[in-house]
Design a protein around this ligand. Structure first.
Ligand code: RIB
Ligand code: CA
Length: 327
């Protein structure tokens, strides 16, 4: 069992990532922390609970993290994820108080107590707060996989920036700079690889036939996201970024890449851009592992074999998902 905290901004693709994580027995999910990104942290927490309820895993605690970025004005992504953050599915709220403890306090206390991995699926505000206060806790991080940034792929919220790192550029910059000082690397699952992971109507139809209940849930929350992709990127389907970060954490052979020093621009027209020194001009120790290649069919088989259930509650085996190979 690998101890992990999921730091996220659910968010439609975050929701799919949470479905994958809670369906993976190798993970001991210590908690979910939310951060303002796609939607405000409080809304994200409510959405995390909606996913956990669907997955019958309300035993996993959800902590509300930072409500605004370190310095820049907070800009949500409700245009992409809907006013409720789950594709305007407006699923019923899950009752119950949230823990007193904030997301930052939970992250800090957990890392103080034990080595833990973190899968970051939103802006890095919470992590920056923890590591600014106690940089030594970076040595307690078993592995940090961050969905964010981009090496050579164009941006998705500016010509050069990916949303998580654009939304809080100082949060990302602090993490990459402090990881450099600590001599550790952040595993960056950027747009170079996530853009290849497209949930198409064909695959959604396949999911519905394999597992009506989970298929309906996924259909409900992704319709809005598919419309957004058609309107703004001319894609039939939707790019599901976050589940790839979870899949890579579970199986590092899912993606390949290289070590590099990376800095995050915080100002001006290229705010949020990850400047990846792949040619080592700056002669600096690598603080990142940049993932650039992935096999989308391998991912999709892995993803579906984990989250989909047969009538008898058992899982589909990857080899049974052969139809996927023809999609
Ligand atoms: O740029 C894509 C990332 O930003 C994803 O994590 C999405 O959920 C949003 O947080
Ligand atoms: Ca996200």
């Amino acid at each position: 069992m690998r101890r992990v905290i999921l730091d996220c901004d659910p968010g439609i693709d975050d929701a799919l990532a949470l479905m994958l994580a809670v369906s993976s027995p190798e993970l001991e999910i210590l908690g979910i922390t939310t951060v303002s990104g796609n939607v405000p942290a409080k809304t994200g927490a409510a959405n995390a609970r909606k996913v956990l309820k669907h997955m019958e895993r309300l035993d996993i605690p959800v902590y509300i993290g930072e409500s605004v970025p370190l310095k820049v004005k907070y800009t949500d992504a409700m245009d992409t994820h809907g006013r409720d953050g789950l594709g305007e599915s407006f699923l019923p709220e899950v009752s119950g108080e949230y823990p007193e403890k904030s997301g930052v306090e939970f992250l800090e206390e957990t890392l103080e107590r034990e080595r833990t991995s973190i899968i970051a699926l939103g802006p890095m505000t919470n992590l920056a707060k923890v590591f600014q206060k106690k940089p030594e806790l970076i040595h307690q991080v078993e592995e940090l996989v961050s969905m964010g940034g981009s090496f050579k792929s164009h941006g998705n919220c500016s010509p050069v920036a990916e949303y998580n790192y654009w939304c809080d550029p100082h949060g990302a910059a602090v993490c990459y700079d402090l990881f450099a000082s600590a001599g550790k690397k952040i595993k960056m699952i950027g747009l170079d690889v996530t853009r290849k992971i497209v949930l198409t109507p064909n695959i959604l139809e396949y999911i519905l036939r394999l597992d009506k209940e989970n298929g309906e849930f996924i259909r409900k929350i992704t319709g809005f996201y598919m419309d957004f992709h058609w309107e703004y990127e001319g894609i039939v389907g939707c790019v599901i970024n976050d589940p790839l970060a979870v899949a890579y954490f579970l199986d590092p052979s899912m993606c390949s890449g290289f070590d590099s020093f990376t800095a995050v621009e915080t100002e001006g027209i290229s705010r949020g851009q990850t400047v990846v020194d792949s040619m080592n001009f700056w002669r600096k120790e690598a603080n990142s592992h940049i993932l650039t290649e992935t096999d989308e069919k391998k991912f999709m088989s892995f993803f579906l074999s984990r989250i989909l259930k047969k009538e008898d509650g058992s899982r589909w085996k990857e080899e049974e998902l052969s139809l996927l190979q023809k999609l």
